[in-house]
Design a protein around this ligand. Sequence first.
Ligand SMILES: NC(=O)c1ccc[n+]([C@@H]2O[C@H](COP(=O)([O-])OP(=O)(O)OC[C@H]3O[C@@H](n4cnc5c(N)ncnc54)[C@H](OP(=O)(O)O)[C@@H]3O)[C@@H](O)[C@H]2O)c1
Length: 281
Amino acid sequence: MKTLLVFGQSGQLARALAAEAPMYGCAVICAGHERGDLAARPQAAVEIIAAEKPGLVINAAAYTAVDLAEKEEEKARAINALAPELMAKECGNQNIPFIHVSTDYVFDGRAGRPYVESDTPHPLNAYGRTKLEGEQRVLSVRPQAMVVRTSAVYERGGKNFVDTIRRLVKEKNSLRVVNDQIVSLTRARTLARQLLVLAEQPEGGLYHATAQGEAAWFAIAGVIRDHENAACELVPITTVEYGAPADRPRYSVLDNARLRLRGLDRMHHWREDLMEYLDGG
Ligand SMILES: NC(=O)c1ccc[n+]([C@@H]2O[C@H](COP(=O)([O-])OP(=O)(O)OC[C@H]3O[C@@H](n4cnc5c(N)ncnc54)[C@H](OP(=O)(O)O)[C@@H]3O)[C@@H](O)[C@H]2O)c1
């Protein structure tokens, strides 16, 4: 049985990978920040890989606090760029397949159509800059690594839009929700399965792996509100009105072009996954 080493433990994707990997014939070891703090010592990643000698490594660890990253870019850079480079290098030394996860926020959202892997990135915020640097560092030291961009991730036990809105529509009479950011809402469980499928047929380079379809946060909130039969009024607002510290792309939908081309796209429509999730599945 192959051993999968996951960087990340309590994170949304890390937990989903731990739950799903046995179905793909993998034993799993998760390494969270208590095993090695990648901000303080990115080198810890190398020591963990060397100690565990896994058959596959997936990096689900990241600095994901998009707004806070504006003030903590160096910390975000250590976790999102320096540590992944070291992981990729060590996996190269030991000839271990490596999957690194990245984000739609490497794009500026001005394309006006879904982004394919060959589109030129141009991040709008510090988080996106550190994630883009991570992609570039990983692929420059290990072209055989797979860098998989995803978007708007949610899963049970995580800090995410779906769970937040589900709670708030029951607590509040009215809720302002951003209506000018279009995303592909992606369930971590589906993404985890997709990464495990990709790992079975490794081929280096960039991939996009997001749910099919697209929607503004406001429309997604409407689906959640209706599912919960809540009376909460939803008020559409703009990104500027919301006033978050970090700017975000207005249209960051990704096209899973390369997965589709390889016959490996296992992602679902966002609405199908969301309904199943809200129904408890
Ligand atoms: N969340 C989204 O909406 C979204 C959107 C696009 C792309 N992505 C990408 O998808 C991937 C998975 O995201 P997620 O939503 O699962 O993230 P998450 O729930 O925020 O989890 C982050 C993970 O990173 C680990 N981590 C954070 N700081 C660390 C440190 N200093 N040292 C070691 N580990 C550290 C955490 O470790 P512990 O388990 O020890 O806490 C946790 O497992 C990331 O690459 C992210 O950039 C996410």
